[in-house]
Each structure stands twice: as C-alpha cells, then as structure tokens.
Design a protein around this ligand. Structure first.
Ligand code: NOJ
Length: 546
C-alpha cells in the first residue's frame, strides 16, 4: 500500500458514516480465491480491495469466515475467535483490514449469536456431560413429550423445514431454529452473554467498524417454550411464513433488547463510529424500531425491496413504508435489493434482457434514496441467479428439507477471461466450489470495465454522483414525489436550489423527461435527443436542476 492511497485520519464527524454509506456485501466463499482451492478467501478480498475502492463503496460486510464445518455456509460457527483455514488466518484478516482502512474502506463482520455449530466446544461438551449438567444449560435441551419422551418438546419448526428439535441418544432433545448442526444458545445464561461480549471486543480490538447481527430477533425464546399452535403438519402453513407479519414464541421477545443494551456501551467505548446492523424481523415497524436507537443497535435491514414486484405501485409502497419506518425509528433506512439469501434481482424482475434492464433501473432508484444502501457482490455486474445448478452440487442445507436452495446467488464472481471460473482463482486455476455458467464471460469485471453502458460502469457512475452530489448528501432534503404519468415514478431530493430528480419508467412506453432537468446518468441510453429526451421502458435516470 503506498502512502498516496491512504485516507486522512478519521474525525469525530465520521462517526455517523453508516447513515448514508454504501455497504458492499462480500460472500467470502465466492468473492476471490487467492490460493486456487476453489474457495474465496481473505487474501483474495485483500487483492481485490482496489476494485472495491474504485467501484466507490464505503464499507464491506463480510459473511462469516470463522472456523466452521460449513454446514450452513459458515453461519455454523465452531470458533468465534478464529478464521477457518479455508478462508486463511487471523494474520490474513489483520492484513486485509489494514489495507482496507488505508483505502478508506470500512469493514463490518457477521456475528452469529443465536446458535453455534454443533462442532463448537460448548456443544460437544454438552453432549458428553449429559442431562441436567451445567454444560447443557448453555443450550436449550428439554425432555420430549409422549409416554417415553419420543415426541419433540413443542411444535416449533425449523426455518429450514421440519421440526426445530433433534433427539440425542440419552433421550433429551435440543432446539435448533435452523439446521440440526446449528444448536440454539440459551441467552438467559450469563456465560453466553459474557462470551459474546468478549467476542465483540475481540473483533473491535482487531479494528472492525461494525457488526451485522444474524437472526438478531431470535436469541430469546418465550419462557416455558410454549407451542405456536399450528404447523405445516396441522394446517399446511409453515410457521416461518409469519416472519415479519406475526408473533412467534421464538422470535422478537421483549427480553432480547437487554442484550443490545449491554452491547451498545461496548461499541461506543471504541473510537471511530463502530456500528451494528440487525437482521431482524418483527410484526410491525414499531416493534422493529425497538432494535434501533442510541441505546441499542444503529440499523435494522429493511427487506421490503426483496419482495417488491416490478410495478410502480409496489416500488412506491416500499419506499413510502421504509421512509415512514425510518421516521418511527429516528434513523436512516437501509435499502437491500439482493443478498445471499434471496434470488438475485435480475432474475426476480424477469431474467434475461428484460430482467437486467429492470434490475439496473431498480438499482438507480435505490441509490438515489436517502439512507444506507447494501449491495450484494455481483449485482454491480448484473449477475442473474444461476437456476440450473445440478442438485448434487447444491450445498444449502435448506435444499434437502424444503427443495428451495440459495446456492444460485452464491456462484463465484467472474473477474476475467473467456472460460469459467473466469479468474476467480489465480492464473491457471480451474476450481470453483460452484460452477459459473458458460455465458458469464461477457459479465466479467474485465469485460465490463471501460465498456460504455455496462452495468459495472453504470454502478461506478451512480456511486460517484451519489458521493459528490449535494442533493444526495446525508443532510440533503428527503424524498418529494412529483407528478408523473401512470407506471412512472419520479421523486426529487434537494440541497438548496440544487435538485436531483430520479425517474423510473415502469410503464409500457417511453416517457419525456426534459422537464426534470439535465440528465446525469441513465440506466439505458436515452432516445429522442432532437425533440427532447425520452426515457425508455424499464429504465431509470437521474436529472439535475440548479
Ligand atoms: C440468516 C443468514 O443470512 C442465513 O444465510 C443463515 O442461513 C441464517 N441466518 C442462519 O444463520
């Protein structure tokens, strides 16, 4: 790293960086492979940091890279204080974060506190120690129902399908809201709380700028472990369908907030604006709001875009709802179009040429909104979901239980070259843990760099404007919806007399846009120059008026 790339020292004003940041989610296993074993790693990220700096993002969120049997892609942690050898070493982590900071990039790591791996030393000790032991008290072991305890202790279902309980040879059952290899911790146990406070400090001491809290709404279960009252077996509806819509005895219990109130002073005791973002689901915006604030966490993901359909009404509702929620919580919202758990937005919006056009337009919409935007690796390349992975290669533990798999959005990134895996590993390496499609050569970073109209150049341009334009600054005005025809969304944001308008055409015909100002960037080439600019269908543009 040369001195010329270093950023100036941070100031207290930087502490609020997360309010308007663009955070790039790195799915570590699939980002860049430095050693040619077919798996992405920390050195791979380190080598690609200049790419991320040039893309114009502010921070990286790294999915779990800790010691793990990788049953759930690393969300099954066996040692919270070490790096899995497949991803590198702690020394690699230190080198990566040092370089990232020198380039002005912040690092958010994933914390998985709801459950450990079944390979964690606490769980193996719990199995060995037997019923009633102090070792079992760190998890949620219980007697079964039925004359011989042969039925699970209650009717709770795993998010990955099937019962949330597994019986061990001595007859007790343990709770796992996800895979059986992910036993849930007992967060009423003081040792569990002390352990995670120490884990927070461990990574804060190594310089991390924040944490993404996995299943942040799940750590406390209702006293007595009461039945939900219905299940897939009884009424055919999966309990998980209530997520974000109703109450479940294993989610969003009031006591969970005590945990975050204990964590916040720890975060605040470190300089430089250390933050935490919750992956939390709650019944109402008011209940979600309780996770955020000066004495709890800084942000909670707003997931509404993930379920929005390609229509002006649907998008308008997402934006209005999220902005209203952000008023309730008193913190800027977070926008997410894609992540490692959802089908990529190119494919959700129709796949192929149409899906890509719409995805690019949706991204311009998102990046013009106030708040923090979370990008998922590869969306800047316009990657689609890989729908035809052979079943035997799929690794998502949910696949075997539900037939639904998240592997298609986790295919390694194409960096360069004509043949898969497109420079994912070092020169000559042909390995990648999931195969990339034969059609991805044109989507690689090298193929798109400098190519006018490419998705990568569109993201670069949009991120540059987002950083520089006063109307998109954190303290600029909010969203003002403008009159527009059916199927067209138009909103503006202002800084004094400088107004930036974002127009999205979800109608079936081109729309005139000159009334909104001078075009700054558009997701498709504008037409009709002579008689005034027209925004094509399935496209978005930013325009400026001073
Ligand atoms: C949410 C994560 O995003 C997902 O990938 C994981 O499977 C579950 N939490 C369980 O940790």
């Amino acid at each position: 790293m040369t001195a010329s790339t270093a950023t100036p020292p941070r100031t207290a004003a930087d502490d609020d960086w997360w309010r308007s940041a663009v955070v790039y989610q790195v799915y570590v296993r699939s980002f860049a492979d430095s050693d040619g074993d077919g798996t992405g790693d920390l050195q791979g990220i380190r080598q690609r940091l200049p790419y991320l700096r040039d893309l114009g993002v502010d921070a990286l969120w790294l999915t779990p890279f800790y010691t793990s049997p990788m049953v759930d892609g690393g969300y099954d942690v066996a040692d919270y204080r070490d790096v899995d050898p497949m991803f590198g070493t702690l020394t690699d982590f230190d080198a990566m974060i040092t370089d990232a900071h020198a380039l002005g990039l912040r690092i958010i790591v994933d914390l998985v506190p709801n459950h450990t791996s079944s390979a964690h030393r606490w769980f193996t000790a719990a199995l060995a120690a037997g019923p009633g032991s102090p070792e079992r008290a760190r998890y949620l072991f219980a007697e079964g129902r039925g004359a011989h305890g042969e039925l699970p202790p209650n009717d709770w279902e795993s998010i990955f399908g099937g019962p949330a309980w597994t019986r061990v040879p001595d007859g007790e059952w343990y709770l796992h809201l996800f895979d059986p290899a992910q036993p849930d911790l007992n967060w009423r146990h003081p040792e569990v709380r002390a352990e995670f406070e120490d884990v927070l400090r461990f990574w804060l001491d190594r310089g991390v700028d924040g944490f993404r809290i996995d299943v942040a709404h799940g750590m406390i279960k209702a006293e007595g472990l009461p039945d939900v009252g219905f299940s897939t077996l009884t009424i055919g509806q999966r309990q998980v369908e209530l997520l974000g819509k109703g109450r479940l005895p294993y989610f969003d219990q009031d006591e969970v907030h005590e945990i975050y109130r204990a964590w916040r002073p720890i975060l605040d005791s470190y300089p430089g604006g250390r933050m935490a973002v919750a992956e939390a689901w709650a019944e109402t915006p008011q209940r979600l709001a309780r996770y955020i604030g000066a004495d709890e966490l800084h942000q909670a993901f707003s997931f509404d875009f993930l379920d929005a359909t390609w229509s002006a009404d649907s998008f308008r509702k997402v934006v209005d709802t999220a902005l209203a929620e952000s008023t309730v919580v008193g913190a800027p919202t977070t926008w997410v179009l894609s992540n490692h758990d959802k089908q990529r937005h190119v494919t959700r919006y129709g796949d192929g040429v149409e899906g890509l056009r719409r995805a690019r337009a949706a991204s311009l919409l998102m990046l013009a909104l106030p708040g923090c935007a979370y990008l998922y690796q590869g969306e800047e390349l316009g990657l689609p979901e890989v729908l035809d992975l052979p079943d035997e290669l799929r690794q998502d533990p949910a696949f075997l239980r539900t037939g639904e798999s998240r592997d298609g959005c986790r295919v390694p990134i194409p960096w360069s070259g004509e043949l898969a895996p497109y420079g994912f590993g070092p020169a000559g390496s042909e390995l990648s843990w999931l195969p990339a499609p034969a059609t991805w050569a044109a989507l690689s970073v090298t193929a798109q760099t400098g190519l006018p109209g490419s998705t990568l150049e569109l993201y670069r341009a949009a991120l540059r404007i987002r950083h520089e334009h006063p109307a998109l600054a954190v303290d600029a005005g909010g969203v003002t919806w403008l009159e527009s025809g059916p199927g067209v969304l138009a909103f503006s944001r202002a800084a004094g007399a400088t107004v930036l308008t974002c127009v999205v055409n979800l109608s079936g015909a081109p729309v005139p846009i000159d009334g909104y100002g001078e075009p700054l960037v558009a997701s498709e080439a504008l037409t009709g120059q002579g008689s005034g600019h027209l925004l094509p269908v399935d496209a978005a543009a930013w325009l400026e008026r001073r």
